[in-house]
Design a protein. Structure first.
Length: 68
């Protein structure tokens, strides 16, 4: 960035998780369980997308499908 400004880092402040319903505090264990599930779901979705993009890339290069 120009002007000497530091880029804003998303985790430089408190993290707030919003859920529908009555506001309540959650325990550390509940938050960790939520984050584990969320990260796993995103990794699964991203992994499938990356595999598809790699197949498309190989096809455009004229390479045969990769067998695993």
């Amino acid at each position: 960035m120009s002007g000497g400004r530091e880029p804003k880092i998303m985790l430089s402040g408190p993290v707030v998780v919003k859920q529908r319903g009555v506001p309540q505090h959650v325990s550390r264990e509940e938050m960790l369980a939520f984050l584990d599930k969320f990260v796993q779901q995103k990794e699964d979705a991203t992994g499938g997308s990356l595999a598809l993009l790699k197949r498309i890339q190989r096809d455009f290069k004229g390479l045969p499908p990769q067998t695993e």
